[in-house]
Design a binder for this molecule. Structure first.
Ligand SMILES: N[C@@H](CCC(=O)N[C@@H](CS)C(=O)NCC(=O)O)C(=O)O
Length: 215
């Protein structure tokens, strides 16, 4: 059976969990306590040399990087979430990269400097926050317009690209990033958050995080 090692606070971990659920994969979720430094233990570093989550273990096969994990699981199930058709698959790759590199990184900057720094006891970086907000203001309209075309990031059906973006946007609410200016994106997020693959993880990422961060 597949094991996903990760932490539910982590968007890349949740991306892999949403994908595994959407694929109806038989898997177990093993929590790695980041606050306790479990990701830096000698045993964990054998799975991921940089001590990051998530990691997938399937027998003696070990894989890290959430996008690679999602693609591995979808290919294992021959799923249309990541189909064989080279053009559709390449568009899914394109939007997964866009969501991770541009939106995910920007959202992390905002999340860390509006929410997490407080809990982690690190210093707030105003410059990083400003950059994150500027990047989001530039890139969120792009996905909003793309979703308007067919209802999803690639055409009119769900794909790994949507799951990737959905996870990357989970921290928006608790980070006070409003989607009011992006009606397509907002409706798309509400629709996908109501899906079983999401609800199996938690009812709301913000509520889960608020209780995880509660003193
Ligand atoms: N690009 C990686 C990002 C993984 C990552 O940065 N994970 C964070 C949690 S969101 C982590 O493990 N942080 C612990 C650390 O760096 O010590 C992926 O998509 O899997």
């Amino acid at each position: 059976m597949i094991t996903l090692h990760g932490n539910e606070i982590s968007s890349p971990t949740n991306k892999a969990r949403y994908a595994a659920n959407a694929l109806k994969l038989d898997y177990q979720f093993k929590v790695v306590n980041l606050m306790a430094g479990e990701n830096k233990s000698a045993d964990y570093l054998k799975l991921h040399p940089a001590g990051k989550v998530p990691v997938l273990v399937d027998g003696d096969f070990v894989l890290f990087e959430s996008n690679a994990i999602c693609k591995y699981m979808a290919q294992k199930k021959s799923s249309d979430l990541y189909p064989d058709d080279v053009k559709r698959r390449s568009h899914i790759d394109q939007w997964m990269d866009f969501a991770s590199i541009h939106i995910g990184h920007a959202m992390s900057r905002v999340f860390f400097n509006r929410v997490a720094y407080n809990v982690l006891g690190t210093e707030k970086d105003e410059r990083s926050l400003k950059d994150g907000l500027e990047f989001l203001a530039r890139f969120l309209p792009v996905v909003d317009q793309q979703i308007q075309k067919g209802g999803y990031l690639v055409g009119d059906t769900l794909s790994l690209a949507d799951i990737c973006l959905l996870a990357n946007l989970d921290q928006a609410e608790i980070s006070s990033v409003s989607f009011d200016p992006y009606p397509q994106l907002k409706a798309w997020q509400q629709k996908l958050q109501a899906e079983e693959f999401y609800q199996k993880c938690f009812k709301s990422y913000s509520q889960m995080l608020a209780s995880a961060f509660a003193p």
